[in-house]
Design a protein around this ligand. Structure first.
Ligand SMILES: Cc1cc2nc3c(=O)[nH]c(=O)nc-3n(C[C@H](O)[C@H](O)[C@H](O)COP(=O)(O)O)c2cc1C
Length: 517
């Protein structure tokens, strides 16, 4: 049993190793968290539409599509697609070895420590992912039922939640990240990546070493920690495999790739190996794609492409996919995972910067960490600005935390109404409660930027004007003797003894049971 100590709360969890994607699916089934679809579903628009509609605001079940049009004969290489697993807090709690009804606040607290855990992976000589090995002319990506997820997407996206493995050419440390990848030929997958991402750092390092290509392997379909960690802000230089091992309480068993010097989980469903072209002459057209913002994004343009040199896969492999883009009423896996991990990361940044008094941090799931909520016990004026500066000065802010709202400790940041109330009554823009930090780095696919500022090749990052809303009581105001020395008047919420008296008569007044009974 590990103990993650944060503030005054201990979050206990019992690591679970599911073994592989199939073990995870079996665990979901046993918990009533899986819905299998046996009726034929078209990979072209229909599957994505069903997934988007079924996921709901974190309320849908994980989905296993067992019968995909054009991929449902005995000869079909890949016949099933699994998704919608991590867009729900119950299932994230299951993955983390916590009771399914654990409050997201506790998930954030555990999230603060899980990326620091480390259990080194173990290299094994063989594993199920080598049951089928395809090289050369046998490589045909169209044998996999990559969905055309959304009608407006630029093509079929095979890479949506796979772990893209690359390595630092100097240290040899591997990085595993999630990057979208579209089919552009039987052996070509252009991807969207940014220079400020860790894969981008690797690209720069391989280029500076005079290489025209960078080895890459994408592992698709394994235990849930694969996508969770690959899509999470694991610090630079830390290998996601170590973190995945710590979450599951056992080393990840890795196996060497066939054609590149990289390692992938030995029981992954599918592995795509190859080389990412670094010379713009080799770029392939990619995009647009329904992005995590809930908008079409990452415009159609030439992007670096993987030249696939080998595919290995298990017998009867399951393609792990996800539908990107959260909207009100439909939360993606990225959005729900980000609500935990982007909040946890921001909290750690605040701690490391020495900002005192932080009692809760949260990113609501619908926007995947673009808006950050901080709850604090202020002890000196302008503490909220210190918090915002710390967050925006960290590299974790590259694609997140455009808007920061800071509230006092009496406001529950998991309650929209409470936060809105604080903004309504504690914010005075004329007293520097609203601060704009102009022209910072930012998330390059934000639709609120001018189109030219969304060009990854030209700028390497987006251009964000960030905003702090300081909705705390302003400690720059004078204490008021009329308010007992407080800066703000008392709220109209009744006193404890008046509440007790009222509740004592509750039943007599025909109002039912008193609250809390
Ligand atoms: C489902 C999903 C899709 C993602 N797609 C992309 C993408 O296409 N390009 C990108 O740069 N980041 C994408 N991300 C975000 C990165 O995976 C994330 O920022 C991660 O921290 C990157 O790893 P790195 O920092 O080790 O490079 C995606 C994340 C998820 C969960």
């Amino acid at each position: 049993m590990f103990q993650a100590r944060t503030e005054d709360i201990t979050v206990e969890h019992k690591p679970v190793a599911f073994g592989d994607l199939r073990g995870w699916i079996a665990a979901l089934k046993a918990q009533g968290e899986l819905h299998e679809i046996d009726a034929e579903v078209d990979w072209n628009i229909e599957l994505g539409t069903i997934m988007r509609l079924a996921q709901g605001p974190g309320t849908g079940k994980a989905l296993l599509f067992n019968n995909i049009k054009d991929y449902n004969t005995a000869q079909s290489r890949c016949r099933r697609i699994f998704g919608s697993a991590l867009n729900n807090y119950r299932r994230i709690a299951m993955m983390l070895g916590l009771p399914p009804d654990t409050h997201p606040r506790e998930l954030v607290k555990l999230g603060r420590t899980i990326l620091n855990g480390s259990i080194a992976p173990k290299v094994v000589p063989t594993g199920p992912v080598k049951q089928n090995v395809l090289k050369g002319a046998d490589v045909d990506l169209y044998e996999f039922p990559a969905p055309h997820w959304n009608r407006l997407d630029g093509g079929r996206y095979l890479l949506t939640f796979g772990g893209c493995v690359t390595k630092d050419p100097e240290t040899g440390v591997m990085n595993v990240g999630v990057y979208r990848g579209m089919l552009a030929g039987h052996d070509r997958i252009p991807i969207l990546m940014w220079r400020a991402q860790h894969i981008g750092h690797h690209v720069t390092a391989w280029q500076q070493g005079g290489n025209a290509e960078m080895p890459v392997a994408v592992a698709i379909g394994w235990e849930p920690e694969l996508g969770f960690c690959a899509g999470a802000p694991v610090p630079k230089g830390v290998c996601e495999y170590d973190v995945m091992g710590a979450i599951r309480g056992a080393p990840v068993e890795l196996i060497k790739c066939e054609t590149v010097d990289l390692y992938v989980p030995a029981s992954a469903e599918i592995v795509i190996e190859g080389y990412l072209g670094l010379d713009p002459a080799t770029y392939e057209m990619e995009g647009p794609y329904a992005e995590f913002t809930g908008y079409l994004a990452g415009d159609r343009s030439p992007k670096p492409a993987i030249r696939v040199t080998a595919i290995t896969h298990r017998d009867d492999p399951i393609l792990r996919g996800t539908i990107e883009g959260a909207l009100p009423g439909s939360y993606s896996e990225n959005a729900v995972c980000s609500s935990i991990m982007r909040a946890a990361t921001a909290w750690n940044v605040l701690d490391r910067a020495g900002v005192p008094g932080i009692t809760d941090v949260w990113c609501a799931p619908v926007h995947a960490g673009i808006n950050l909520l901080i709850r604090m016990k202020q002890s000196y004026r302008n503490q909220a600005k210190q918090a915002a500066n710390a967050i925006w000065g960290s590299s974790a802010a590259h694609v997140r935390y455009k808007h920061i709202t800071v509230v006092d400790d009496d406001i529950d940041i998991h309650d929209y109404a409470a936060v809105d109330w604080a903004i309504a009554h504690r914010v005075n823009a004329g007293e520097n409660d609203v601060i704009i930090m102009p022209s910072t780095f930012g998330m390059g696919i934000d639709p609120s930027m001018r189109k030219r500022d969304r060009n990854p090749t030209l700028f390497g990052t987006g251009k964000w004007n960030r905003v702090l809303i300081d909705a705390t009581q302003n400690l720059d105001y004078d204490p008021d003797p009329d308010y007992g020395g407080a800066r703000f008047p008392p709220t109209v919420w009744p006193q404890a003894d008046d509440i007790a008296k009222a509740y004592a008569r509750w039943s007599e007044l025909g109002l039912g049971k008193p609250k809390g009974e």
